[in-house]
Write a protein that binds this ligand. Structure first.
Ligand code: BTN
Length: 262
């Protein structure tokens, strides 16, 4: 993505926070890492880093995020919310919803959320979200929200070990779309969700999340810090936690974890 392109997006955006500044890079290790550095140097809320390719894209739980050049969206936004850090899980929920809504502009049916923040199409993962926290030199907390969306990559650009579990927009709809358009739509959706967040309208975030999530009603197996929880997912509570009922009828609240459908 060229400098001109980010300038073009900035000129068109009607957002309040997202994309106040857009820093467009050809190649980098990780846009999350870049946004963290930017935060240390006084970067402002809403600044976005977007790259054409990442050499060491970061995934959750220390995994790598495959980031081939020019095909997909890799972006990170710097946030400095003035809301208790205890509410941060709502940020990943709203980002997941924003991605699901953006993809639904292209894919009529079949976009759903696998709790807590995987966006799936035809049962395969199409996007990943990574939220990281830091403290700047003034001792102020900040957050970096990273989003990766497989936009135009072909099946040859998906690592073989992921071919059964990952997909792209191109693979689902059969034609390429502009990464710039996807970014534009995503920033608008994120901005709307962030407004709900900063006005503490967490119920509205949960309601939107529930509209897309398809974990409830299924049998699940979740890895939570070395322990395994299995049972039926019976709902998402008002904090975004997953409620899982085991075979004895006991219901546990799961805050986060690696979930598989059984
Ligand atoms: C996951 O494991 O599901 C999260 C993947 C997050 C990938 C994105 S790509 C843009 C941003 N920069 C990174 O290094 N990671 C995130």
């Amino acid at each position: 993505m060229s400098e001109d392109l980010s300038y073009f997006i900035k000129g068109m955006l009607k957002t309040r926070v997202m994309g106040r500044e857009i820093i467009s890079i050809d190649e980098t290790d990780s846009t999350n890492q870049d946004a963290m550095k930017l935060a240390q140097k006084g970067g402002q809320e809403g600044w976005v880093v977007v790259a054409r390719r990442q050499r060491r894209g970061k995934g959750r739980r220390g995994k790598q995020w495959s980031s081939p050049g020019g095909q997909n969206l890799y972006m990170s936004v710097l946030l400095r919310p003035r809301i208790s850090l205890r509410k941060t899980s709502f940020l990943t929920l709203l980002a997941t919803v924003a991605v699901a809504e953006t993809l639904s502009d292209y894919i009529a049916k079949g976009v759903f959320i696998k709790w807590p923040n995987d966006v799936m199409v035809t049962g395969k993962k199409i996007s990943g979200i990574l939220l990281e926290m830091g403290k700047d030199v003034n001792g102020e907390d900040f957050l970096v929200l990273g989003v990766g969306i497989n936009v135009n990559c072909t099946r040859y650009e998906i690592p073989p070990e992921l071919s059964e579990i990952a997909t792209s927009l191109y693979l689902e709809i059969g034609y390429s779309v502009s990464v710039k358009d996807v970014l534009f739509k995503l920033l608008n959706r994120l901005d709307y969700g962030y407004c709900l967040y900063t006005s503490s309208d967490f119920d509205a975030i949960i309601e939107r999340f529930r509209a897309f999530e398809q974990t409830t009603g299924r049998r699940v197996l979740i890895d939570v810090a070395g322990a395994r929880i299995s049972g039926h997912a019976v709902g998402i509570d008002e904090d975004g936690f997953l409620l899982v009922q085991d075979d004895d009828g006991k219901i546990s609240k799961v805050i986060s974890g690696d979930l598989q459908f059984e």
